[in-house]
Ligand binder design. Structure first.
Ligand SMILES: [Ca+2]
Length: 223
């Protein structure tokens, strides 16, 4: 007599043992089908790899090809550098005072020379100061700056003022006046290329005349 609970079940291999092929759900738990790798070239694999390749190509294009193409095709900086010798074109002051490293008025004969060591030297910078009315205030010239300071290091008697340095009659003028300024008895000028045109060695040639009855050129200061 059965009183509920488990229903007695008799295993009958002739009925329950599957003799006639796989059941419909066998693929869900059959280890032989679960472990079988998917074919490499199914549509999902191709899509995954394709998107990955597209992503790599896009990144390479963005960070390598685009900068290279932009650099090569944009000649602005090259042209500016060739015209002015300056590698910056974002300064309105240098834009207004464009001049090349070698002054166009410099004669060809001055562009090369043989040094005392017998070596050939090529001119890399020149300024003829032929344009009158140039200003050398800070930022006005790409290569020169007339400073406003007292040069304490040499105990100068003069104050250097940028207004004392100017161009006129095709020459650079550095003027000293017996006019007190900022506690100094005299007012004079100093023209520098400090941090504007730098070099390590070579020849510096200057044509100048000094004040006074003796017009012989005796020397100039180069630091
Ligand atoms: Ca000149």
């Amino acid at each position: 007599m059965v009183r509920g609970g488990l229903v007695p079940y008799a295993w009958d291999p002739s009925v329950d043992d599957d003799q006639d092929g796989a059941d419909e759900d066998d693929t869900l738990h059959g280890p032989e089908s679960a472990d079988k790798p998917s074919p490499l070239l199914n549509s999902r694999s191709v899509l995954n790899v394709g998107v990955l390749v597209l992503l790599i190509i896009a990144l390479l294009g963005l960070f390598i090809a685009l900068p290279v193409v932009t650099f090569v095709t944009d000649r602005t900086n090259f042209v500016f550098l060739e015209q002015t010798g300056s590698n910056t074109n974002n300064s309105p002051q240098t834009d207004l005072h464009v001049r090349p490293l070698i002054d166009a008025d410099t004669p060809d004969t001055a562009k090369t020379r043989v040094g005392y060591d017998g070596e050939d030297y090529v001119l890399v910078f020149s300024d003829e100061f032929n344009l009158d009315g140039r200003s050398f205030d800070a930022g006005d010239d790409p290569f020169w700056e007339a400073v406003n300071l007292w040069y304490w290091n040499t105990g100068d008697l003069e104050w250097y003022d940028s207004s004392q340095v100017y161009t006129a009659n095709g020459s650079l003028h550095v003027r000293i006046d017996n006019v007190p300024l900022n506690g100094m008895q005299y007012r004079s000028g100093m023209l520098q290329s400090w941090n504007k045109f730098c070099f390590t060695s070579g020849y510096i040639e200057v044509s100048l005349s000094l004040p006074g009855p003796d017009q012989e050129t005796r020397g100039y200061v180069s630091l």
